[in-house]
Design a protein around this ligand. Structure first.
Ligand code: ADP
Length: 374
């Protein structure tokens, strides 16, 4: 990366030789590197080659005029600071140049000090831009490294430990006593919770990286929910909860990412099963209106007290009182669901009555009618 620790490089593009010379003299005397170009096209070549920190562009030049040079400079590198030199009669073009991205303008004739002030301010701005860029890059790198680090260095050993436990519990390396078995099962269950936390945490990091939007395509929500529901049947059965699906007669597409939307509904249905009462019920209803498809996940479970409702979509928020306390979780499922739904341009809402049950509603915009289903 180019930094300002080196002498800043300033390029003067002007067809007037005396102007080029006097600017160069002042700039080199002040400790900058100065380069010159006598017209727009050679100026642009030098910009591409040397990536100057700041360019002084005369607006009135034969050949490619200053405004065009300015536009192309921006295309080459929007972080290069461009200052335009204007004649008295061309204040309007100076305004136009500012609209086109010039940092400032210098009306002719100008004194060495006027030039110095503008250059100083322009270079300070350049320094800020470069620092911000470098911080942004660093942040992205840290985030990416974090995701890789968590998935490999943390996840892999946990998977290995869980496999060892399986081997021991399966009796493949000798007999284990009842007490030993019990302790290993407890360790196994704690590790599984940790694995869930890491998986959820990784999902959050990936979502924050904005990877969903690129993958949206038209898909049938009806099919997706049917599939998700089939995957949930074994847990529902284990918890003695009945699942019911009420479909709308229509079947229009939403613009969505299949895996992410499955995760939304799987999180919501898992909660509806987990926070239910014995022999409870979960009803999933799909309704359509002109522009949206609404999916309601209604349960007959423990419900959520009013004071907790505003927070349950927050990261790591868990209701740590009453029945909720007994159920294991990470407090990330709903925040992940909300992030995904938001990324689809939809919304997610909840209504609940303590002791009676909750209804989560997911509203997703329909795909345009003329888009094809893949
Ligand atoms: P987790 O379930 O892992 O704790 P979530 O983000 O999925 O995290 O949910 C946050 C909290 O909201 C839960 O801890 C629970 O207290 C409450 N909650 C979520 N869904 C329901 C539900 N269907 N019924 C009752 N409480 C719920």
């Amino acid at each position: 990366m180019k930094t300002l620790e080196k002498k800043p490089l300033i390029l003067v593009i002007d067809d007037d030789e005396s102007m080029r010379d006097s600017c160069t003299q002042i700039l080199t005397k002040d400790g900058f590197q100065a380069e010159i170009a006598k017209d727009g096209s050679s100026g642009l070549e030098k910009i591409k080659e040397n990536k100057p920190d700041l360019v002084l562009i005369d607006l009135k030049m034969p050949g490619i005029n200053g405004l065009e040079v300015l536009e192309r400079t921006n295309e080459i590198d929007p972080n290069i600071i461009a200052v335009v030199i204007t004649g008295y009669a061309t204040v309007e073009s100076a305004v136009e140049a500012m609209k086109k991205g010039a940092y400032d303008f210098l009306p002719k004739p100008f004194t060495p000090d006027e030039l110095r002030i503008i250059i100083k301010r322009g270079l300070e701005r350049r320094k800020l831009i470069l620092e911000t860029e470098s911080l942004r890059r660093e942040k992205k790198l840290i985030e990416e490294n974090f995701i890789t680090m968590v998935s490999h260095q943390l996840r892999s050993p946990l998977v290995a430990i869980l496999q060892y436990f399986e081997v021991i519990l399966g009796g493949m390396v000798g007999k284990t006593s009842g007490k030993q078995k019990e302790m290993i099962q407890k360790a196994q269950s704690r590790l599984e919770n940790l694995m869930n936390l890491i998986t959820d945490w990784l999902d959050v990091a990936r979502l924050d990286n904005g990877q969903i939007i690129d993958r949206l395509k038209p898909l049938s929500l009806k099919k997706l929910i049917k599939k998700t529901l089939e995957d949930m049947r074994p847990i529902a059965k284990k918890n003695n909860i009945s699942l019911e699906l009420r479909l709308s007669p229509r079947d229009e597409n939403v613009l969505g990412d299949e895996e992410s939307l499955k995760q939304v509904f799987s999180n919501l249905i898992t909660n509806a099963i987990g926070y239910n009462k014995p022999k409870g019920k979960v009803v999933i209803t799909i309704k359509e209106n002109k522009d949206f498809i609404a999916t309601e996940i209604q349960d007959t479970g423990i419900g959520i007290a009013e004071e907790h409702l505003p927070f349950i979509f927050d990261q790591f928020y868990r209701v740590s009182r009453g029945e909720s306390q007994k159920i294991k979780g990470t407090g990330l499922g709903l925040s992940i669901a909300k992030k995904i739904v938001d990324a689809h341009g939809g919304s997610i809402q909840v209504s609940s009555a303590l002791g009676k049950g909750s209804t989560f509603s997911v509203l997703l915009p329909k795909a345009e009618k003329d888009t094809l289903t893949f």
